[in-house]
Design a protein around this ligand. Structure first.
Ligand code: APR
Length: 232
């Protein structure tokens, strides 16, 4: 493999699965128990705000009882030791990458532990419930919503992500089904721009065919092994 300098890593729910956080589309996955349209769209929030707020209050509380796993720790080690550019683009809205020690993390779908004020647009760190319509810490208006990118909304910091993909020598996808765009298309952007591509996943994802290499297995085994290889 040519000299690697710049790495972009995309993570999905599969990297947090072994920490006990449900994925979306696996057996027993989140979207098996809830219809996306009922909880994860702006229309759902307009139609039944209490249902949506209760759903995200439950998820926000649940992630705070979970711990990062060996895959998160391995990416944090890579973040600490890698001398080149590294960006961990995560679709996940938990904070396990950060609690695992990673720093160069970009949450393209938002974060459970932020609240977004629909009155003043401020985002504030938030660990408690929103169902009781607490006042925005910045403007005082009781107009907070989950800081989650819902279906039909634009993911965050896409320009920054595409810049990183343009510069990438290596693109690695970890624990994602490749079911949701634009993230599912990043592998093609990267390979069209000359990056090597690697998938680490429990099973073949929808985009497997686009990767130079796919390694199948649990993230807590595959990710530490891959980081160990890379850091020699
Ligand atoms: N190790 C590695 N991969 C795993 C593990 C594991 N222990 N457990 C599950 N996986 C894999 C599954 O095989 C699957 O391919 O993780 C992937 C999880 O896929 P999804 O549940 O679809 O989650 P994700 O790809 O992150 O979903 C993308 O969809 O609903 C939206 O916004 C939501 O960010 C989410 C996006």
């Amino acid at each position: 493999m040519a000299a690697i300098q710049n790495i972009v890593i995309l993570t999905g729910a599969g990297i947090s699965a072994e920490s006990g956080i449900d994925t979306f589309r696996g057996a027993g996955g989140l979207w098996e128990n809830h219809r996306v349209e009922d909880v994860a769209t702006p229309e759902a929030f307009a139609r039944d705000p209490d249902l949506v707020l209760r759903f995200y209050d439950m998820r926000r509380a649940a992630i705070q009882t979970r711990e990062p796993n060996a895959a998160h720790a391995a990416l944090a080690r890579l973040d600490r030791e890698w001398r080149g550019n590294l960006l961990i683009v995560t679709q996940n809205v938990d904070d396990l990458h950060e609690r695992g020690g990673a720093r160069r993390v970009l949450h393209m779908h938002g974060e459970h532990l932020n609240a977004w004020c629909t009155a003043c647009d401020a985002r504030s760190r938030w660990t408690g419930p929103l169902i009781d319509r607490p006042p925005c810490p910045v403007c005082g208006t009781p107009a907070l919503r989950p800081d989650i990118v819902w279906f039909g909304e634009m993911p965050y910091r896409m320009e920054e992500i595409y810049d990183a993909l343009r510069a990438a020598d290596l693109f690695v996808s970890i624990g994602t089904s490749g079911a949701v765009y634009p993230a599912a298309g990043f592998v093609r952007n990267a390979r069209d721009l000359g990056a090597a591509t690697l998938e680490l996943n429990l099973e073949r994802s929808q985009g497997s065919g686009w990767f130079d290499e796919s390694r199948l297995g649990p993230a807590t085994e595959l990710v530490p092994a891959w980081v160990g290889e890379l850091l020699g």
